[in-house]
Ligand binder design. Structure first.
Ligand SMILES: Nc1ncnc2c1ncn2[C@@H]1O[C@H](COP(=O)(O)OP(=O)(O)OP(=O)(O)O)[C@@H](O)[C@H]1O
Ligand SMILES: [Mg+2]
Length: 277
């Protein structure tokens, strides 16, 4: 496929519940899609900038053009915002920054289409990358709306051992429905269960409820494992820390399944490596 006709799959990783695994899923899926041979862009839309701290080569406070300036500036910002190199090969980054809080207020007050700024600003990137992953903040306000309006697909990470893990899910679904008015093709890929342990009744209960609420579960669940935190400290993926750890294996299999479903590139070498593992 020529560069001109490429159209990135844009996946928003959304849940207004804090600490449910959005950034972890973004970074590990980005790393796996890149290993499969796809060109990947991570857009950090969270003022906490955890994805940027995880894979960025520059501290969020020192990045001259972050997603905040991209959202509020003119169309010339995109090339300045995209950092081609990160700590993960094949993954580029638009950093998050604290300025996103102010940018969200500015959008509300100044933009004629406050939900559609990101979609419009990312257009040139959609023609270049195979996949764009948007890491959302723990809120359902304008930043999340912008992510959903720019997205082709949505993933909702859910903390499987948390009895309140589905609290507010209805609001999230309402927001998706609302954004479909301006982005009718937005597709729900499903809930992704994080820190899942099939020996725990609460996890099984939540899995059943999540499936009912979101219509589908993603084909892999992610176990709790120390490789996840180690990966953040070492600025790599779970695969980079310990490829035989459960979370690394599960993110690999999830990415391979999604790559097939979304017609992204799938590397025969990676599949052969997986089969031999
Ligand atoms: N499978 C896992 N095993 C162990 N720890 C995990 C796992 N997934 C996530 N964590 C840890 O849980 C915490 C929250 O994860 P993460 O930062 O990905 O959530 P988040 O939804 O992005 O949070 P926020 O809403 O603050 O942006 C982090 O410390 C992360 O390292
Ligand atoms: Mg996060």
């Amino acid at each position: 496929m020529s560069e001109e006709t490429k159209k990135a799959k844009v996946i928003a990783i959304v849940n207004h519940k804090g600490g449910c695994g959005k950034t972890t899923s973004t970074v590990n899926l980005a790393s796996e899609f890149a290993r499969q041979g796809n060109s990947v862009l991570v857009v950090d839309l969270d003022p906490q900038a955890n994805a940027t701290l995880h894979i960025g080569n520059t501290h969020p406070s020192k990045v001259p053009v972050s997603s905040a300036e991209l959202l509020t500036g003119d169309d010339s910002m995109l090339p300045l915002a995209v950092q081609e190199e990160t700590t993960i090969e094949g993954v580029s980054l638009i950093s998050g920054s604290l300025a996103l809080g102010k940018a969200e207020d500015e959008l509300k007050d100044l933009s004629p289409r406050p939900n559609e700024e990101l979609r419009s600003k990312l257009q040139p990137a959609i023609a270049v990358f195979d996949v764009i992953l948007i890491d959302c903040p723990p809120s359902l306000k304008l930043l999340a709306s912008n992510a959903l309006a720019a997205a082709t697909h949505v993933i909702v990470p859910i903390e499987a051992g948390d009895q309140y893990g589905l609290y507010g899910a209805e609001d999230l679904l309402k927001k998706v429905t609302q954004i479909r008015r301006i982005n009718p093709d937005l597709e729900m890929l499903g809930a992704l269960l994080i820190k899942y342990d099939d020996r725990q009744t609460i996890c099984k209960l939540l899995a059943g409820q999540a499936e009912k609420t979101f219509g589908k579960l993603l084909p892999e669940k992610i176990s709790q494992g120390t490789a996840v935190q180690k990966a953040a400290v070492l600025k790599t993926s779970t695969h980079g820390v310990d490829r035989s750890s459960k979370p690394a294996r599960q993110f690999r299999q999830l990415a391979a399944a999604l790559a097939k479903q979304l017609q992204l590139k799938v590397s025969d070498d990676v599949l052969a490596e997986e089969a031999a593992a």
